[in-house]
Design a protein around this ligand. Structure first.
Ligand SMILES: NC(=O)c1ccc[n+]([C@@H]2O[C@H](COP(=O)([O-])OP(=O)(O)OC[C@H]3O[C@@H](n4cnc5c(N)ncnc54)[C@H](OP(=O)(O)O)[C@@H]3O)[C@@H](O)[C@H]2O)c1
Length: 282
């Protein structure tokens, strides 16, 4: 019998690595696309593929995961090659805010094109599933780790802004399920963590996980923006992000139950994410 083969783009990334692991744990074969096949250090048995070799890598695959950052400018060509190879199913990741006004999506300022990639997959004519995660819990590392090397205080704006951040393993497991199981075909699935948490409540949860008395101190948005830009963040990104916090301040955040209903276990909490990544804050 032929191997049951899945092709994963963006395979070395935040979602890609746990997705490769989730697929392997189901006993299927994985081809993993990376611009650096020699350095990728995938688990044993995974076939590392350079983007230039994607045409032959698509042959015989049961489903393709389209990562929006890795596929971005090449999505139309990828769709053409997938159709030519007769790939039976595409699973694309986008984001929970993908239908929002494009000017309200901070990730676009950093070059992401989630809406266009998702649209290209849906319009490909091949069977598809779209997975739309909320903000990754992993973002807190980028937002707070620098400050926490100097003390126990996170200074930031809009402490009352709340969202139900998601563990990357839940995103990866959901994508793996969509790749493996045809019952999700044609769905746009919005996924979140289990509960909405304010920024000023998340910081002490992190502190409890890493054994430090962490707290959040609110600073005015303009002061925070200047600091973020001084630290190298794109100016338009910073203003779009803070405008989003301002718009959504004190609004109930979206919380969905798709992780539990599809995967059969509750979405992992932010406390679990903190414990899983405790060493990253050292
Ligand atoms: N962060 C969030 O809160 C959040 C929430 C929802 C949706 N999203 C969306 O999810 C995507 C990010 O996912 P992620 O964190 O898994 O991505 P990531 O880890 O930054 O990137 C995944 C992989 O894509 C490849 N890659 C990165 N930049 C590339 C480029 N310019 N051209 C070609 N390949 C590139 C890299 O692999 P190689 O170097 O090995 O080739 C990288 O390991 C974005 O589209 C973002 O908007 C993010």
């Amino acid at each position: 019998m032929d191997d049951i083969m899945y092709l994963v783009t963006g395979a070395t990334g935040i979602i890609g690595r746990p997705l490769v692991e989730a697929l392997l744990s189901e006993g299927v074969e994985v081809r993993a696309v990376t611009r650096s096949p020699e350095a990728a250090a995938f688990p044993a048995g995974v076939e590392a593929v350079a983007p230039e070799a994607i045409r032959s890598a698509l042959r015989g695959v049961h489903a393709l995961f389209v990562h929006p950052r890795a596929a971005k400018d090449d999505t139309d060509e990828l769709m053409r090659l997938a159709a030519e190879a007769g790939v039976p199913k595409l699973v694309v990741m986008s984001a929970i805010n993908v239908d929002d006004d494009l000017d309200h999506q901070p990730s676009r300022c950093n070059g992401d094109r989630n809406a266009e990639v998702e649209r290209a997959v849906i319009d490909s004519g091949l069977p598809w599933v779209a997975v739309r995660p909320t903000s990754f819990a992993m973002n807190t590392l980028g937002m707070w780790r620098g400050q926490l090397t100097f003390g126990d205080t996170v200074r930031g704006p809009y402490g009352g802004f709340a969202e139900a951040v998601i563990h990357e393993r839940d995103v990866a497991e959901l994508i793996a399920r969509a790749l493996l199981d045809d019952s999700l075909l044609g769905r746009k699935i919005a996924i979140t963590g289990p509960e909405a948490l304010r920024l000023d409540a998340m910081v002490p949860i992190l502190g409890a996980a890493i054994g430090r008395p962490l707290h959040f101190q609110e600073v005015p948005p303009e002061m925070a923006a200047q600091g973020m830009i001084r630290n190298g963040l794109d100016e338009r990104f910073v203003h779009t992000l803070l405008a989003r916090y301002h718009r959504e301040l004190n609004r109930p955040a979206t919380v969905t139950t798709e992780i539990e209903s599809i995967l059969g276990h509750p979405a992992r909490t932010f406390a679990t994410w903190c414990a899983d990544h405790a060493t990253a804050w050292a």
